[in-house]
Write a protein that binds this ligand. Structure first.
Ligand code: AHG
Ligand code: MN
Ligand code: MN
Length: 336
């Protein structure tokens, strides 16, 4: 019996680049630097209960949200790992109001990184799955080596890579460079992410819906009617759906990718434009899910085509199995 191939991220990128060259090299170096930071975050998450890294810092970030110690730790780890590798011309983080320049003493590269260092912060202290989300673009500005806001405000279709690391029962890395969505599982004994699912395919339709029902009273009419529809009893069409909601986008999307169904964060009274951020939550998740055969919408428009105007702009997010998301859009567009 032949031994199964052991494929780590570096080898996977090398094999991808042989088939589909990624414009310039150096990409695997960028991803290796990012994964080193995420392995360090995984180590802290896995012992968070043992050291003083739980709880809040007492600070409030640009989003107006209380900053958890692990948010700060994760941001710092990624910032310090990525600012001197020579791959990036500019970065942006959920935790920082403005673009993060590459220090002048370091060489600049042709890539742009946007990231949510720790997603699901409200779940940190209860040991529920949390994650890191990232999106990578190519530099498009030509006024010099430093990246600008123009490089950060690019539509989802221009992403060269998107991914997340899910710090759950095991630490899983899921990414795409536009040739399908692959998953790797961290083997802590060797400190490597090893390929576990070469091509994730989301079911065309699922039986799970994922939404914070606590906001139901302030949803718009189309959302209320759609959710009522999937809760009706009709075995012919596999209804009612089952509700699963973790409250960490990475955990809810990971389950949706594997089991199918639909995740929704529609506009509500607290978040009239939706709660999730376009550039480092919705757009990377849309790229990953579309590459697995799924679809992502803001209710009426493909997320990947939404033109960003602000770094931390929010968007409604309806994402998952294509037939389920299209059903929601039919309600939102007044066709049902
Ligand atoms: P973050 O921790 O990076 O601020 O993200 C939290 C987000 C996302 O992870 C999740 O889908 C959503 O907040 C949950 O929001 P509610 O608690 O309002 O349901
Ligand atoms: Mn988040
Ligand atoms: Mn976050």
């Amino acid at each position: 019996m032949t031994e199964p191939k052991v494929v780590n991220i570096t080898r996977h990128i090398y094999e991808e680049q042989r088939k589909y060259p990624l414009a310039t090299g150096g990409f695997s170096g960028l991803l290796s630097d990012l994964m080193l930071a995420c392995k360090m975050i995984s180590r802290e998450v896995n012992k968070a209960g043992l050291i003083d890294i739980l709880g809040k810092t007492g600070e409030v970030n640009v989003q107006g949200e209380e900053v958890a110690k692990l948010d700060t730790y994760a941001h710092n780890r990624i910032h310090q790992a990525m600012d001197h590798g020579g791959h990036l011309c500019v970065m942006a983080s959920e935790e920082v109001a403005d673009p993060i320049p590459i220090p002048k003493e370091f060489s600049k590269g042709r890539y742009v990184l946007l990231f949510d260092p720790l997603d699901g912060s409200s779940n940190i202290d209860s040991n529920v799955g949390i994650g890191t989300i990232f999106s990578i673009h190519r530099k498009v500005s030509d006024a010099g080596p430093d990246g600008t806001m123009q490089d950060l405000l690019q539509t989802g279709t221009r992403q060269v890579c998107a991914g997340y690391v899910f710090y759950g029962a095991s630490t899983v890395f899921v990414y795409t460079t536009g040739q399908g969505t692959a998953a790797f599982t961290l083997d802590p004994s060797v400190g490597e992410f090893l390929l576990s699912s070469p091509h994730i395919q989301i079911p065309r339709r699922g039986r799970i819906y994922s939404v914070n029902e606590g906001n139901a009273a302030s949803w718009d009419d189309a959302t209320k009617r759609y959710i009522e529809h999937i809760k009706q009893f009709d075995p012919e069409t596999n209804r009612p759906y089952t509700l699963r909601y973790v409250g960490s986008l990475v955990a809810d999307i990971h389950r949706t990718l594997l089991y199918g169904g639909i995740f929704l964060y529609p506009p509500d009274r607290k978040s009239p434009k939706g709660k999730l951020r376009l550039l480092y939550e919705a757009a990377p998740m849309a790229f990953l899910v579309e590459q697995a055969g799924g679809f992502a919408s803001n209710g009426t428009r493909r997320i990947m085509e939404v033109e960003p105007s602000e770094l931390h702009q929010r968007t409604p997010l309806i994402i998952g199995s294509p037939d389920d998301v299209r059903d929601y859009e039919a309600y939102a567009l007044g066709r049902r």
